[in-house]
Design a protein around this ligand. Structure first.
Ligand code: SDX
Length: 390
């Protein structure tokens, strides 16, 4: 062994980099972007404002935000030939798989985006990614529904565009409900960044080889898809619907979650860092009540979620392992109330996390981080003489 190697599966006790972007305190349940508390940002800022903050390090002036918005709008048209790619997918394809493929395909139509050797090239790559990712993210839904693909509308805002890209039909006018836009703006902010989580570490790792921004984000989308990570928001709703169908017997599912012989886990609970309440879950739970009340939606799933949460918070197994609701536990209930289909929930997470992925990738490149290449402890065969088994 050259020197000694510490084995740390899942990097539970390893720091991969220094970063000035996001601060987490898992014991106290604190989350800050560039020093601002998530509570203040969720209440007082807009998602485009928070995206600017994450990527460039400071809250923008009105003029800076307007310029950023204008520069993004220069790139909101996605190459028409990209439609040939999405047409190749079956309607049953999971939107996250399609999104990862389309994001990677953007490189083919924007080859220059691979080079970010100076500030202008970096800025252009950032604006292109934000502009085009939202459009192709909604195309996955339109394709599944058999609807024509919509175009970004440069006359309205980013979150309004999300709703229009998703739901506007050629048969008539469309105006997004401001209550829905406001709720989504807050949800996207809450998903903005989360230091070195699985998908962000993936974006950094892929980018560390100097692969382009689109390719790195595409890898992040794939990592986020997993049910132990961003895919949990879809798994939570599927779990709650199963409990609901099963008569709402939360105790039965709690017992399953504690049974070591049963692979079932209480989705939306637990976190690698938060050993206290996930501050985002607290805000989203409050927003879920507000949005469902305002929209007049009475969803029995919300009552089951609250019953499950209350039971888990009292339960010795969960308390002894500091398992609390995380960001994914309540978000799906809001998405459902907003008419977002379940298999699009993790795409929603990706849209919110995009500025964080970009900010972390940009910081990694600007800090000239070395290519990621961990070692291992070899446990295979010692040297053996070749004797064919044929
Ligand atoms: C996200 O990292 C991030 O920041 C991620 C994220 C972000 O913003 O990027 O916050 C987003 O991914 C949130 C997490 C979403 N995932 C889920 O909700 C899936 C369910 N949760 C778990 O699978 C789990 O809690 C993880 C994956 C979130 C964390 O796993 P760890 O840190 O590797 O912990 P572990 O698997 O070692 O569990 C420790 C103990 C084990 O029991 P023992 O071996 O000690 O007896 O807790 C148990 C686990 O079995 N456990 C659970 C559980 N989560 C952990 N038991 C039942 N249900 C659960 N949900």
């Amino acid at each position: 062994l050259t020197g000694f190697i510490t084995l740390d599966p899942g990097y539970k006790n390893s720091g991969s980099c220094t970063s000035e972007i996001t601060f987490l305190d898992g014991e106290l349940g604190i989350l800050r972007y560039r020093g601002y508390s998530i509570e203040d940002l969720a209440e007082q800022a807009s998602f485009p404002e928070v995206s600017y903050l994450l990527i460039f390090g400071e809250l923008p002036t009105a003029q800076q935000l307007a310029q950023f918005d204008a520069d993004i709008k220069k790139h909101t048209l996605v190459n028409e030939e990209m439609k040939n790619i999405i047409d190749g997918f079956p309607k049953t394809a999971h939107p996250m798989g399609v999104l990862s493929a389309l994001t990677s395909a953007l490189t083919a139509f924007n080859p220059k985006s691979v080079n970010v050797e100076n500030e202008k090239e970096m800025y252009d790559a950032v604006c292109k990614t934000i502009a085009k990712f939202l459009v192709i993210a909604t195309w996955t839904y339109r394709k599944t529904m058999g609807y024509p693909l919509n175009y970004y509308d440069n006359t309205i805002g980013y979150v309004e565009n999300f709703m229009q890209l998703m739901f506007k039909l050629p048969t008539g006018p469309y105006a997004a409900n401001p209550i829905v836009v406001n709720a989504l703006d807050k949800l996207f902010i809450l998903h903005g960044d989360h230091e070195q989580n699985c998908s962000t570490s993936t974006v950094r790792m892929v980018g560390s080889s100097h692969a382009g921004l689109f390719a790195s984000i595409s890898a992040g989308v794939s990592a986020l898809w997993g049910p132990l990570h961003g895919g949990a928001n879809q798994a939570v709703l599927e779990m709650l619907e199963e409990i609901n169908k099963d008569g709402g017997d939360t105790d039965k599912f709690m017992a399953k979650a504690k049974d070591k012989n049963d692979p079932f886990r209480l989705m939306g609970f637990g976190h690698r860092v938060y050993k206290n309440f996930d501050p985002r879950a607290r805000i989203i739970k409050k927003a879920a009540d507000e949005v469902l009340n305002t929209l007049g939606v009475d969803d029995p799933i919300l009552a089951i979620a609250k019953k499950l949460e209350a039971a888990a918070l009292e339960d010795e197994y969960f308390k002894s392992r500091s398992l609390y609701p995380n960001v994914d536990f309540y978000s799906g209930i809001i998405y459902r109330a907003l008419g977002i289909p379940t298999d699009m929930f993790t795409v929603m997470f990706a849209i919110g996390r995009l500025p964080g992925w970009i900010a972390q990738w940009k910081e990694m490149r600007e800090n000239k981080e070395p290519i990621g290449r961990p070692r291992q402890i070899y446990t295979g065969h010692p040297l053996r003489e070749f004797k064919s088994n044929k």
